[in-house]
Design a protein around this ligand. Structure first.
Ligand code: ZEM
Length: 267
C-alpha cells in the first residue's frame, strides 16, 4: 500500500516555487489533471486519466498539451519515491491537492489507475478532444457533453480559471484571469460579470482585456456570459462562493474519474 498521506504532504511541499510564474506550480498541476482526464468520450469509453497516456504520441504532441511536459517532469521525482503509485493517480491527485492547497475545496478522489507503458494505438486518444479557446458555446458544449457533463458542470469547472495564466509560448495567449492566480476563488465569475472586456490590440490570437490591460479572458471564457444559459450560472457563482465550491468539488471529482477502470472496488 502506498502511503497516500505522505504523498499528499510531498505534493503540497513542492507547490511553492518562487521562480515559477506567480510562485506556485499549483495551477499547472491542475491543468495537467484536467487535460489528462478531459480526453474522455462517453460514446466509446476511450480517453481519460487511466493509463497516463499523455506521455505517448499522439496525445503528447497535441498542441493543447504544450507546456504540460514540464508539469509531468516535475512530478517524476514523486513517481520514483512512490513507485507503487501510477502516474495516472499521481497526476490527478496532484490536481486535487493543489486546488485544496490554494484555498479551494477538496474533491473526491480515488486511486486505482493503471499506467499503460506500451499502449496500442486505440488506447491513446486522438488529438483535438480538448476545448479550443477561440471558440464559443456550441463547441464548448460539444466537448463537455462528450465527457458526460451538463451546462452547470461546464460553468463550475471553468471556475478553475481563477488560477494560473496563459503563456504565449504554450497556447499563444497571454496573461492571468485574476489578480490572485495562486488563490482558488470565485473571482473569475465576478470579473466576467463586472469588468468591461474589450478585444486586446496585439499580433496574437483574439483575446480580451479588462480596462487595466492586466487581466484577460479567452473567447471561450466570454462565451460563458454571451450564452444566456451559462450566464445564469456565472451570476449565481459570482454571488455565492459556497455553492461554486460545492459544485466545483463534485464536478472536478467526476472529471478525474472519467474512463477509470479498476480491477477492485474503490477504496
Ligand atoms: Zn483551462 N486553459 N481551459 N481549464 N486552464 C488554460 C490554462 C489553464 C481552456 C483553455 O483553452 C486554456 C479548463 C477549461 C478550459 C486551467 C484549468 C482548466 C490556457 C492557457 C488555455 C488556452 C494555457 C497556457 O498558455 O499555459 C478552455 C478553452 C477551456 C474550456 C472551455 C478546466 C475545465 C480546467 C480545470 C478544471 C488552469 C489551472 C490553467 C492555468 C495553467 C497555468 O499554467 O497557469
Amino acid at each position: 500500500m502506498a502511503d497516500w498521506f505522505a504523498l499528499e504532504r510531498d505534493i503540497r511541499a513542492m507547490l511553492k516555487q518562487p521562480e515559477w510564474d506567480d510562485g506556485s506550480i499549483g495551477p499547472v498541476l491542475v491543468r495537467l489533471a484536467w487535460h489528462s482526464s478531459g480526453t474522455y468520450s462517453k460514446k466509446d469509453g476511450t480517453g481519460g486519466s487511466d493509463g497516463a497516456t499523455m506521455r505517448h504520441a499522439p496525445e503528447s504532441t497535441d498542441g493543447a498539451n504544450a507546456g504540460l511536459e514540464k508539469a509531468r517532469a516535475m512530478l517524476e521525482p514523486l513517481k520514483k519515491k512512490y513507485p507503487a503509485v501510477s502516474r495516472g493517480d499521481l497526476w490527478t491527485l496532484a490536481g486535487v491537492v493543489a486546488v485544496e492547497a490554494m484555498g479551494g475545496p477538496r474533491s473526491p478522489w480515488y486511486p486505482g489507475r493503471t499506467d499503460k507503458e506500451k499502449p496500442k494505438a486505440a488506447e491513446v486518444p486522438p488529438n483535438g478532444r480538448l476545448p479550443d479557446a477561440s471558440q464559443g458555446a456550441p463547441h464548448i458544449r460539444d466537448v463537455f457533453y462528450r465527457m458526460g457533463f451538463n451546462d452547470r458542470d461546464i460553468v463550475a469547472l471553468s471556475g478553475a480559471h481563477s488560477l494560473g495564466r496563459c503563456h504565449t509560448d504554450r497556447s499563444g495567449y497571454s496573461g492571468p484571469w485574476t489578480n490572485t492566480p495562486t488563490r482558488f476563488s470565485n473571482q473569475y465569475f465576478k470579473l466576467l460579470i463586472k469588468e468591461k472586456w474589450t478585444k486586446k490590440k496585439w499580433d496574437g490570437p483574439e483575446q480580451y482585456e479588462d480596462p487595466s490591460g492586466e487581466l484577460m479572458m479567452l473567447p471561450s471564457d466570454l462565451a460563458l456570459i454571451w450564452d444566456p444559459k451559462f450566464k445564469v450560472v456565472v451570476e449565481e457563482y459570482a454571488e455565492d462562493k459556497d455553492t461554486f465550491f460545492k459544485d466545483f468539488s463534485s464536478a472536478f471529482g467526476k472529471l478525474l474519474e472519467l474512463g477509470v477502470r479498476r480491477s477492485s472496488a474503490k477504496l
